[in-house]
Design a binder for this molecule. Structure first.
Ligand code: ATP
Ligand code: MG
Length: 434
């Protein structure tokens, strides 16, 4: 809009046109106020009824809350106004009228349940604390991209419609692709590996993953975003370093660049940046520490996967981000490499926040015969993956990588209770629209 001034930039003495939403109205009789809100903040508009044109006063005061107005006038200093200045209007245009009844109250005076908020995200994001989550999410993704670039990675985009799954058949969403069965991709795993073996060597992708998880939990979505890294000539230690770097960069960026947003979320005082030296516990040590707490009913033994409860117990024990390394080969997927001197032990790792898993990764099996064996052990038909396996016959370097849930990162950085808070339009068992 030509000549528009953001409310935050309006200075006493300026002739301005400000535009935004009617946040609040207060009619005190001879004098009335309207608070106009835009993305930069809010400003008071003052109506002195006896001194102003009736039409002008009526236009301003008849507009229902959340209507969109453009107000032209003079900015005056006013110590009693919320921001110390106010606009004395000369003309007002109603750009879009809002209904008198709203499905939720953007001023936040009336609390709304999450489903109502998700059904009305446009209105929901007019609240500072909700808008802040998505501004911070964008900042976290920017920090991740910058970190990857500093690590020498190239950003890639791989297909989301695929012929086969990689992480086990039950979690796949089937679709019809010109009369043939296809699937929504669960992970860019195989494609990013193919690119680590290309001339690009180090790659990253930030893109959607689709998982037909049956259960509704506060940390699972059916459509999530994965931050993926894959590096040729990297081992699992270097891959863990990269996961640590992206995570700490996310916290750093929020601490440095999102003060206003943290303020809106009531977190500015106690926002802590992790030091980036996350303890690396072996799976075996993890089992011992969990068992030693005596807080689980069962005694965990080698080969057990860690239940949500076990993860919580260990998270409380460790009290900061940490890695679980050296998982038994049998609980990790076929593409994870085993230790050279022990076939039962994999190079697979998980990076954990005390509340939940954030990352899974590992060094990859790059030897063709071993890879084919792995497919067969996992009950997958290597023929179906020939586009992938054949590249391991044409010079596939050792490589390692990981996938990190973007929403889980945002959720843990901001201590959100429910992962859906970190997604504009979540997909779960109940939600396919909007
Ligand atoms: P979990 O055991 O917590 O369900 P996973 O081990 O099945 O996760 P991976 O296949 O290891 O998940 O995916 C790598 C990362 O992607 C996870 O650590 C997590 O951060 C994220 N992720 C995976 N599935 C989901 C999901 N359904 N919703 C949100 N994030 C997910
Ligand atoms: Mg995992």
């Amino acid at each position: 809009m030509e000549g528009r001034t953001y409310t935050a930039d309006a200075e006493p003495g300026d002739e301005v046109t400000v535009a935004g939403w009617v946040h609040e109205k207060r009619d005190l009789g001879g004098i009335a106020f309207l608070i106009l809100r835009d993305t930069s903040g809010k400003i008071q508009v003052k109506f002195e009824k006896d001194e102003m044109d009736d039409d002008l006063v009526e236009t301003g005061l008849d507009a229902h809350r959340e209507s969109v107005l453009s107000v032209s006038g003079t900015v005056k200093e006013e110590p009693r106004a919320p921001t110390g200045v106010e606009v004395v209007p000369e003309s007002i245009d109603v750009l879009a009228a809002a209904d008198p009844e709203l499905p939720l109250d953007p001023s936040g005076k009336v609390d709304a349940e999450l489903p109502t908020r998700l059904d009305n995200r446009t209105l929901d994001l007019r609240k500072d604390e909700v808008k802040a989550i998505f501004e911070i999410r964008a900042e976290i993704l920017r920090a991740a991209r910058d970190t990857f670039r500093a690590l020498g990675c190239t950003e890639i985009n791989t297909p989301k419609i695929v012929a086969t799954g990689t992480e086990g058949g039950t979690e796949l969403f089937p679709i019809t692709y010109f009369g043939e069965e296809a699937f929504m991709n669960q992970s860019p795993q195989l494609f990013k590996q193919l690119m680590a073996g290309s001339g690009l060597e180090r790659v990253f992708e930030i893109g959607p993953i689709f998982r037909a998880e049956e259960h509704n939990t506060p940390r699972h979505l059916n459509e999530a975003h994965s931050i993926d890294f894959e590096g040729a000539f990297c081992d699992h230690h270097e891959a863990m370093d990269a996961a640590e770097a992206v995570t700490t960069a996310a916290y750093d960026a929020v601490a440095e660049n999102c003060e206003e947003q943290l303020e809106a979320l009531g977190m500015a005082e106690e926002f802590d940046v992790p030091d980036g030296d996350f303890p690396r516990l072996s799976y075996e040590e993890a089992l011992e520490r969990i068992n030693a707490t005596g807080e689980l009913d069962e005694h965990l033994v080698w080969g057990d996967d860690l239940s949500t409860e076990a993860e919580h117990v260990l998270g409380q024990e460790v009290g900061e981000h940490y890695f679980i390394t050296d998982w038994p080969s049998e609980v990790k997927p076929f593409y994870i490499k085993d230790h050279d001197d022990d076939e039962e032990l994999s190079t697979g790792f998980d990076m954990m926040h005390p509340r939940m898993e954030l990352v899974s990764g590992g060094a990859r099996e790059h030897r063709h015969e071993k890879l084919i064996e792995g497919f067969e052990q996992q009950g997958l038909d290597p023929e179906e993956f020939e586009y992938y396996t054949k590249m391991f016959r044409y010079g596939m370097p050792p490589h390692a990588g990981w996938g990190m849930g973007a929403e889980r990162l945002v959720m843990t950085v901001l201590e959100l209770e429910n992962i859906r808070e970190a997604v504009l339009f979540p997909r779960d068992r109940q939600r396919l629209s909007p």
